[in-house]
Design a protein. Structure first.
Length: 249
């Protein structure tokens, strides 16, 4: 089975309109709701989903359509100063202050995961598909906490895996880079367009599973939307749109 796994990141009340537009776009390319959404319980502590009845209804509607729902951190903001040099470099160069789970202790990471998981599952009335850290960045505490909380799936830039009971004892289910786009600066826009252009003809020849991730900010840049359209159209010719849960089978 050659699978195409697509996802919409940063789903919250503050991105509702952009997420709707991206969902329509993905459904057009994939032939239905064969993609995932990554939900933030309180985006930058400015958009809590708790108590937002209208957004609860929207989340349930998306889930009832068959869209997979992942927990995507708690607030998506890095609130813990990095102590190690590698974590500092990742925090500075791979994300704009959004590596929430990069420097958390195991206990604090597990607390945020449990609270977010309980909140989202209470809203949806069904289990979440898994956990994906903001900016795909995990510190040792976050990796260990995944096993404590009991998520079925997790992913980073290069892998999708099933966390083991010990957190780091994981079973890798899929390997290969995720194709994504960045809209926060002209340089990031150019580099993400360049990588997508390179990925379109090469990755389908090399990988069993292809992953594509889009973000609300992508809808503000026409060149990014055109690249997303071209990438999904190319990948869908050789790989079947699938759910992440299919990897567990």
């Amino acid at each position: 089975m050659r699978r195409l796994l697509a996802s919409i990141h940063d789903v919250s009340p503050r991105s509702h309109g952009a997420v709707d537009a991206l969902a329509d776009r993905l459904q057009g390319h994939l032939g239905g709701p064969e993609f995932a959404m990554l939900v933030i319980p309180d985006h930058w502590r400015e958009a809590p989903i708790a108590g937002n009845a209208a957004f609860h209804t929207q989340l349930r509607r998306w889930a009832d359509m068959g869209i997979e729902m992942f927990l995507h951190g708690w607030c998506h903001r890095d609130e813990t100063p990095a102590t190690g040099r590698l974590a500092q470099i990742k925090g500075q160069h791979m994300t704009a202050g959004e590596g929430e789970f990069l420097s958390l202790s195991q206990a604090e990471a597990a607390r945020r995961m449990r609270e977010g998981k309980t909140l989202l599952e209470d809203i949806l009335g069904k289990p979440v598909a898994g956990f994906i850290a903001p900016a795909w960045l995990y510190g040792p505490g976050a990796l260990a906490a995944l096993g404590d909380v009991g998520f079925a799936l997790a992913e980073d830039h290069m892998n999708v895996w099933a966390p083991g009971q010990a957190g780091t004892d994981r079973r890798v289910l899929s390997r290969g880079p995720v194709v994504t786009w960045a809209s926060r600066s002209p340089g990031r826009i150019r580099s993400s367009l360049g990588f997508a252009a390179l990925a379109r003809p090469t990755l389908p020849l090399l990988l069993r599973d292809l992953r594509v991730a889009v973000h609300p900010g992508d809808v503000t840049v026409p060149a990014l939307l055109a690249s997303i359209d071209a990438t999904l159209a190319r990948f869908a010719r050789t790989h079947r749109p699938s759910r992440y849960a299919a990897l567990l089978a």
